[in-house]
Design a protein around this ligand. Sequence first.
Ligand SMILES: Cc1cc2nc3c(=O)[nH]c(=O)nc-3n(C[C@H](O)[C@H](O)[C@H](O)COP(=O)(O)O)c2cc1C
Length: 171
Amino acid sequence: MELSEVIRKRYSVRKYAEKEIPEEVMAEVIEAGMLAPTAKNSQAQRVYVIKSAEGIEKIRSLCRSAYDAPTVLCFTASADEVYRNPFEEGFNSGHQDCSIVATHMMLKAAELGLGTCWVNHFPRAEVRQRFGIPENEELVLLMPIGYPAEDSVPSPRHAESKAVEEVVRYL
Ligand SMILES: Cc1cc2nc3c(=O)[nH]c(=O)nc-3n(C[C@H](O)[C@H](O)[C@H](O)COP(=O)(O)O)c2cc1C
C-alpha cells in the first residue's frame, strides 16, 4: 500500500477482533518504531508491549480506552536519556520522541491491516504503579493495537476536517 493510502485509510479503532497479532507482524510494527528519528538520536523511548492475559485484564481495568484490543502498547520516555534543550529550561524531547515513534508504529500497523488508537486519557500514576514502570520514565501514551472488528467503523469525528486555510498559514 502506498504511504498516502495508508494515511488516508487509518482511523482510530475502538472495536477489535478476537485475534492475536502474529509475532512476526508485531516485529514489523516494532521495527518501524525503531527506525523513527529521535532528538540527537537519544532513543529515550521505552515501549511496553502488554499482551499477557494478566496484563490485558489489568490495563482494561485501569483504562476504558484500552478497549478490547488484544495488545496495548505503553510508551514512556526515560528522563535519563531525553535530549534537554539548552535554550529552554525544563524542556525535553521525550514527548516528541515518543510521538514520532508511536506514529511510525501506528502507520506501519495500518499498512499491515491492524488498527490502533492513540490514548491520552488514562491514569498515569496507577498504570505506573500497577505495571512497575520505573520512576525515571514519564508515561506518554497508550496505544491499543489489533485487528479491527468486522463491524469497526470510524467515529463521526474522523471525518471532521478543518479547512486547510484555518490550519496552514504561509508566511
Ligand atoms: C494526543 C491524542 C490523544 C488521544 N486520546 C484519546 C483517548 O484517550 N481515547 C480515545 O478513544 N481516543 C483518543 N485519541 C484519538 C482521537 O480522538 C482521534 O484521533 C481523533 O478524534 C480523530 O479521529 P481518527 O483518529 O479516527 O481520524 C487521541 C488522539 C491523539 C492524537
